[in-house]
Design a protein around this ligand. Structure first.
Ligand SMILES: *Cc1c(COP(=O)(O)O)cnc(C)c1O
Length: 350
């Protein structure tokens, strides 16, 4: 068809499967096995349908931004909110990566980065992780159009130190550096304090993992006010009101209940430690994880085979048919019960 010449063609990002079958054990998309803070359910019951006739408040005036500002002790003008951090990151690519020079990110990383670069026609160059799957800060010293990396990295789960993050930010003062902290709450140290010192740093976080609200779609970026203003200008030029009123109201409860949040993260970290022992016992090797998943390879059985056999046991993990990582499985940390079922299934498979 002739009109197809004028189509923006893209190879889309493929999220992990969301099987709708009952009773499966879902360890494939890094969702939190525990529900959101109890205050969220209460807030759902208190939602006032009448209020939906109005457009939501401007971002800075929302209770969500106020709650985040209080929680992190920063200004409301230092926070940008969006429909999941995917929306936030997409706006960041559109806003800050406008150079003819390539944007740098690791070769093994969140597989959305190259998709956004392609869809927005942004040149990019990947930097190979070392043999132990670690980011090498010295790779990010050549001239570039911007830098983005997750810390901990995904899907490897490896954390780099705050000093290493600062080294990357410091050596790239002429471009914007993005630290995607989707998994930082599972034992990592956030780069947030560095935003006061560096006007070119944005720290991105999400409610999808540690705050257990992937279905609500909430993410945010934190940085100095000029960065946030630029982001909002672009956002308002694409879609002014991205976040809906229920999401804005419910998310506040997840920020306020710090005890529940800490307890949830601690439980997951404890289960992760146990999982590392259990997987090692069964012949798996993996880099040390600082996230809510383990990126594991088996010494004898190919990852693809384990992936498929686990499915027969109704256990879903993530596997990519991609160079360098096709013999690895990314296994999300579930509840202790779910993990026990995984170990039992693995005993039959490996
Ligand atoms: C899960 C994830 C995100 C985005 O999740 P949202 O649900 O869109 O907030 C961003 N970056 C990384 C590395 C992730 O793993």
């Amino acid at each position: 068809m002739k009109w197809e010449e004028n189509v923006r063609r893209v190879t889309p990002y493929t999220p992990g499967e969301q099987p709708q079958k009952a009773g499966i054990i879902k360890l494939n998309t890094n969702e939190n096995p525990y529900g959101p803070a109890p205050g969220v359910a209460e807030a759902i019951r208190e939602l006032d349908a009448e209020k939906l006739r109005l457009y939501p408040a401007f971002p800075e005036k929302t209770d969500l931004v106020k709650a985040l500002a209080e929680h992190y002790q920063i200004g409301t003008d230092q926070i940008f909110i969006g429909v999941g951090s995917d929306d936030v990151l997409s706006m960041i690519f559109l806003t800050f990566f406008q150079s003819d020079r390539p944007v740098f990110f690791p070769d093994i990383t969140y597989s959305f980065y190259d998709v956004w670069a392609d869809v927005y026609r942004i040149p990019y160059e990947t930097k190979a992780l070392d043999a132990d799957f670690r980011i090498r800060p010295e790779d990010y010293r050549q001239p570039n159009g911007g830098v983005i990396f997750p810390n901990p990295n995904a899907p490897t789960g490896e954390l780099i130190s705050l000093d290493a993050v600062e080294e990357i930010v410091k050596n790239n003062r002429d471009v914007v550096v993005i630290v995607d902290e989707a998994y930082i709450d599972f034992g990592g140290i956030s780069a947030l304090p560095l935003i006061e010192k560096y006007d070119n740093l944005l720290v991105v976080q999400t409610f999808s993992k540690s705050r257990s609200m992937a279905g609500m779609r909430i993410g945010y970026a934190m940085g100095q006010p000029p960065l946030i203003r630029y982001l909002n200008d672009v956002k308002y030029s694409v879609n002014s009101f991205t976040m809906n009123m229920p999401a804005l109201a419910l998310s506040v409860e997840a920020v306020r209940d710090e005890a529940y949040f800490t307890d949830c993260c601690n439980k997951i970290m404890k289960t992760r430690e146990r999982a590392e022992e259990e997987l090692a016992k069964r012949g798996f090797v993996f880099p040390k994880s600082s996230a809510n998943f383990i990126f594991a390879s088996h010494k004898a059985v190919p990852a693809r085979e384990i992936f498929e056999k686990l499915k027969e046991h109704d256990i879903y993990v993530r596997w990519w048919n991609k160079a360098r990582i096709d013999n690895y499985l990314r296994i999300t940390i579930g509840t202790d019960e779910q993990m026990e079922a995984l170990y039992r299934a693995l005993d039959q498979i490996v």
